[in-house]
Design a protein around this ligand. Sequence first.
Ligand SMILES: [Ca+2]
Ligand SMILES: [Zn+2]
Ligand SMILES: [Zn+2]
Length: 436
Amino acid sequence: MNIVFFFLPQVSEKLPDLKQRGKLPHVQDVVKEASWPTNASNAWNRPRCGVPDYPAHKEVRHRGRHRQRRFVLYGGRLEKTDLTYRIVRFPWQIGEEKVRRVFREALKIWSDVTPLTFTEVQGEKADIRIDFTRYWHGDNLPFDGPGGILAHAFFPKTHRQGDIHFDYDESWTLGNHMGTDLLQVAAHEFGHVLGLQHSREPGAVMSAYYSFSYPLRLSEDDKRGIQYLYGARSETRLLLFQPDACQTGFDAVSVIRGELFFFRSGYVWRIRDGRLEAGYPALASRHWRGIPDDIDAAFEDESGNIWFFQGESYWVFDAEMQIKGPESIRSLGLSVSGIQAALRWGHDSNFNTYFFKSGGYWRFSPRDRRVESVYPRSMQDWSGIPEDVDATFRDVYGYAHFIRGRQYWKFDPVGRNSLEGYPRYIGVDFFGCRNA
Ligand SMILES: [Ca+2]
Ligand SMILES: [Zn+2]
Ligand SMILES: [Zn+2]
């Protein structure tokens, strides 16, 4: 069956003369794209998405406490959250591996804030199909050559659900102004395939008009829209997997303002004077908004700021206020990503801090914000400590603790070796668990 066309003008504050309210067809079963008159004003030629804007009464209007939501839903969502995608044909300007990376990145902004997952498949059926086509290409929604319409996509619960088409005739490019940025357009079209309509918020990824803004990130409006459809990621995930301190290992541990904080999978345990504080474990995001669920390492610097690390990025907080991040850890002089542990080792006046990863460590000066060398030193300097540690911290007496799995080693700052009788179990010594 072919798709029925109708023409629906762009409703825009900037083009009040073009508003044509009134005789709009029933939007209930609209499956089509708009086609634009060629003799209209130049405004029509602004590069944009080929999916039409729907009239205002389809807009979901909720009054939040502070601001109105402006995202628009088409009326459905995909019925599963673990999705596959396939790239059928590629643009000629960009190498295939790079194109793959672009689509991964464009999907990630949606999966970062929802329970959605995306897996690329090749040569088999996929939930989302990405193609580069020209002019008439089989869906009654022809492209128009260079400029004008850049791409279009089909909403959930329509008969071409999951299809995304890019106009092959655009000069696709990445990260510069020499053409049309594939990442930006792809992120937008994925929003449609997942069920989002155009947003009226100018800076939104889901704005109908092409824009170029790096780094690519969802606006608050985009985020509310997609979470309205699929829910938020942390809630769905974390409520399922609250770890048991007697049974789990830890992502990171740090003393913060004299109290000991253990981190695991988005949760934090807070220990003061050897006792777990009431109300813990709690969501780490309650204290530090915006840090990832799976941090790699944390430490408190000499001015009491707390640093969090994850993958390529780090964040710095002054108490609960973020003052930096996400920043690339490369700016600290590291050439690896995913450090495993961070230790502030207080016996020298430079407040040196150590980063650990896979049998090596780096000395870092928080004052200079720089590791002394890009090359790691050998873990043999830490006598008796295993090569791969998950977390480390220094206690108030000056002992360093190194954690791996559910066990820890205690390191003597004077003798510079691991104390006898270790490793011991964290659960038993810090959380009062009966046995390990
Ligand atoms: Ca075009
Ligand atoms: Zn669009
Ligand atoms: Zn098409």
